[in-house]
Design a protein around this ligand. Structure first.
Ligand SMILES: *Cc1c(COP(=O)(O)O)cnc(C)c1O
Length: 381
């Protein structure tokens, strides 16, 4: 059937009809007074979402572009950085740092486990010469469904005093409580196609006063990605270059919707969907890949062995029009990932779980009928 495709991947995520309709309007001039009002409203709501007084800048890039901007504006070649690596996206951070010639120390954990906060503490405490200039963390590691303990690590960074915290919050912002000021996070990057409920194409980055001080000493060349330009424009409710005007229309409406739901509502919905998904997966006799105590509220990775992850994905897509994500790198074919991030309701989740049950029956898996739906329903409101 046409137009019945359902995204259950961790980005791009489903987009509300209100947002799609807002984006269907004619573009207006980005230097006009009317557009300036839209930017002003968006900026206020971005600060609200980030729980910060810091400037939150919007860039015409995907999430990775915001991550790169977070490196090349606040550090300098040769600077020492600690990078948490326990999945694909942590590894991407480390690659960016290496490409730009930073002295990159990887703090690694197995894919599927959370980063060991004590390792960060010992590196930071031992650094009496204050050589560590940045600590780079992926909050929600989308490749494995693991949520790293950013709150604890950020206390060690503060105790160190010099290092900036540089955070990938691409799949935690809008799905989990990320109090940027409360945790004193310096640089926080995110992307539009994840928790923001709009299509891909915008990256966001919040910058603390301390990070702006580091910006003054930054030695990397940059032009389009020079965040100073964005800050200056932002303060006049403007942008340095042409923004994706129609995406901004969508963002305006999406942020209004988020505001009406409220942060508490958003976070409790995501934690409920996560608990329901995990309960269903277990009831069906499949394994959740990440431990319960560090489960991402954006995505659940499932190890369905001995059933083939790709077999499940194929039937879910061809028979039910539901897109699930596969495993990345060495996890390809070993896991599948269920996105429950952004514009996702209890009904969507129950639909996905019922279709998963039906798929498992087709693949000859032995489980007690309706156990997944029952387990999930018991946790829903
Ligand atoms: C999606 C994602 C990104 C950004 O990927 P892009 O394809 O560049 O938007 C970065 N980090 C995490 C954890 C993600 O889930």
């Amino acid at each position: 059937m046409e137009d019945k495709h359902m995204l259950m991947i961790p980005g791009p995520t489903p987009v509300p009809e209100k947002v799609l309709l807002a984006m269907a309007k004619r573009p207006i001039g980005h230097r006009s007074g009317d557009f300036s009002k839209i930017i002003a409203e968006i900026n206020d709501n971005l600060k609200w979402l980030h729980q910060t007084k810091n400037e939150v800048l919007s860039l015409n890039v995907s999430g990775t572009g915001a991550m790169e901007a977070g490196i090349i504006n606040f550090l300098s070649p040769g600077d020492k950085v600690l990078v948490g690596v326990n999945g694909k996206f942590g590894d991407r951070w480390a690659q960016i740092c290496e490409v730009f010639g930073l002295n990159t120390v990887r703090i690694s954990a197995d894919w599927g486990q959370s980063l060991d906060t004590e390792e960060f503490r010992s590196h930071l405490e031992a650094d009496s010469n204050k050589e560590i200039k940045g600590v780079i963390i992926t909050h929600s590691e989308t490749s494995t469904g693991v949520l790293n303990d950013l709150k604890t690590i950020s206390t060690y960074i503060k105790a160190h005093g010099t290092a900036l915290s540089i955070v990938d919050a691409v799949t935690s912002l809008g799905a989990y409580d990320v109090p940027v000021d409360g945790w004193e996070l310096d640089v926080v990057a995110s992307g539009s196609q994840k928790g923001y409920m709009i299509p891909p194409g915008l990256g966001f980055i919040s910058v603390s006063d301390k990070a702006w001080q580091a910006y003054e000493n930054c030695q990397f060349p940059r032009f389009y990605m020079d965040l100073g330009k964005y800050k200056k424009a932002n303060q006049k409710s403007s942008t340095p270059f042409t923004p994706p005007v129609n995406l901004m229309y969508g963002l305006q409406v999406a942020l209004q919707m988020m505001h009406r739901e409220g942060l508490e509502g958003i976070f409790s919905r995501h934690s409920r969907l996560t608990a329901a998904t995990r309960a269903a997966v277990k009831a069906l006799g499949l394994k959740t890949f990440a431990p319960d105590d560090c489960a991402s509220t954006a995505v659940t990775a499932v190890d369905p062995s001995p059933i083939g992850a790709e077999d499940i994905r194929k039937i879910m897509s061809s028979k039910y029009g539901i897109a699930l994500a596969g495993g990345q790198d060495h996890l390809k074919g070993k896991i599948f990932r269920v996105g429950h991030l952004g514009f996702v309701s209890d009904r969507d989740m129950l639909t996905g779980i019922a279709c998963l049950e039906s798929t498992l029956i087709e693949l000859g898996h032995n489980f007690s009928p309706q156990s997944g739906v029952k387990a999930a329903s018991a946790l829903m409101g």
